[in-house]
Design a protein around this ligand. Structure first.
Ligand code: IPM
Ligand code: MG
Length: 351
């Protein structure tokens, strides 16, 4: 039997709450599908700062590099958000793990689940057929450019730069995904203003002939933000740079009714990382109210990536079933809800 080594980084806030449910579910599929997982925990984020002074200790990097996949909870703590002068921040740990592991593509699937249409602020008819996936560039752009202040601190800058190679490698994944889906790719950029966006457009245009079966369109990010609300079913695969992808995926999560349902995969040349797209939601930490489904679905994406398809599908089906039966946490139904641990127990029992 193959043993899969999983690095588990619970992180901050509700991270440990939701990760515990994903592990519970993985242990249930382990038994049922005769798999063997070895879970090893590492520190990241505010908890890592508290224990070691470093948001991403070297041991955590080594642990991830020695694993088959990484499962991450969430990173962030308000005590840093309100301190613009903080020298170390939990988010640095997340950015550094992405960069160090070379996770250049962040894949965020978004589909609207019919039984939750009423949770969404959009009218029901707009949600029919919504099934899109965002390929967000994750290790370049303004997130990683040179940043700083002038001498007296009254002027600040953040550089945004992209190379052809950085654009090509994620565009290739997005084209390939489109090919296996509805064969439509939308590049979201701001090519009417930004030079980096013009390079994105040139590069993707040059790749088009290699994918004759995929229809490509080009859309400015402001227009894309509007269209995601006005006509979300328009989209199939979106490919975009780091910050536009960050913003648009939070927006897109509203379509599903809860950000607590969206998983993501970050992939690159080596080990891949799986996490919910939501943040650490510190107000809910330890209260047994967080929605664990995004993290459980991230675990399902991890199994797909490890080529353990049957168990991955079983987890996705189990979450669908739970949603259909109204077995949801308070973010989805404040009138009738179950706790985080009950949600995890239920999925583990039917998976
Ligand atoms: C995300 C988050 C992170 C990001 C933060 C926590 C640094 O918002 O994964 O989308 O901006 O990438
Ligand atoms: Mg974000």
């Amino acid at each position: 039997m193959n043993t899969y080594k999983i690095a588990v980084l619970p992180g901050d806030g509700i991270g440990p709450d939701v990760i515990a449910q994903a592990i519970k579910v993985l242990k249930a599929v382990e038994k049922k599908y005769e798999l063997k997982f070895e879970f090893n925990e590492g520190l990241i984020g505010a908890v890592a700062i508290d224990k070691t002074g470093n948001p991403l200790p070297d041991e955590t990097i080594a642990l991830c590099q020695a694993s088959d996949a990484v499962l991450l909870g969430a990173v962030g703590h308000p005590r840093f958000d309100n301190d613009p002068n903080a020298k170390v921040r939990p988010e640095q740990g997340l950015l550094k793990i992405r960069k160090t592991l070379g996770l250049y593509a962040n894949i965020r699937p978004v589909s609207a689940f019919p039984l939750l249409f009423n949770q969404s602020p959009l009218k029901n008819h707009l949600l029919e057929g919504v099934d899109l996936v965002v390929y967000r560039e994750l290790t370049g752009g303004i997130y990683f450019g040179e940043k700083g202040r002038n001498q007296d601190g009254t002027v600040a800058f953040d550089n945004c730069s992209y190379s052809v190679e950085e654009i090509q490698r994620i565009a290739k994944l997005a084209f390939e995904s489109a090919r296996n889906r509805k064969k439509k790719l939308t590049l979201v950029d701001k090519a009417n203003v930004l030079e980096t966006s013009r390079l994105w457009r040139d590069t993707v245009k040059k790749m088009e002939p290699s994918y004759p079966d995929v229809t490509v369109d080009y859309m400015f990010v402001d227009n894309a933000a509007m269209k995601l609300i006005q006509w979300p079913a328009y989209f199939d695969v979106i490919v975009t740079e780091n910050m536009f992808g960050d913003i648009l995926t939070d927006e897109a999560s509203v379509l599903t009714g809860s950000i607590g349902l969206l998983p993501s995969a970050s992939v690159g040349s080596g080990v891949a990382l799986f996490e919910p797209i939501h943040g650490s939601y510190p107000q809910a930490a330890g209260k047994n109210i967080a929605n664990p489904y995004a993290t459980i679905l991230a675990a399902a994406m991890m199994l797909d990536y490890l080529n353990i398809y049957e168990a991955g599908i079983a987890i996705k089906n189990a979450v669908d079933k739970a949603l259909a039966e109204g077995k949801v946490t308070i973010d989805i139904n404040p009138d009738k809800y179950i706790s985080t641990t009950e949600a995890g127990d239920y999925i583990a029992s039917i998976v």
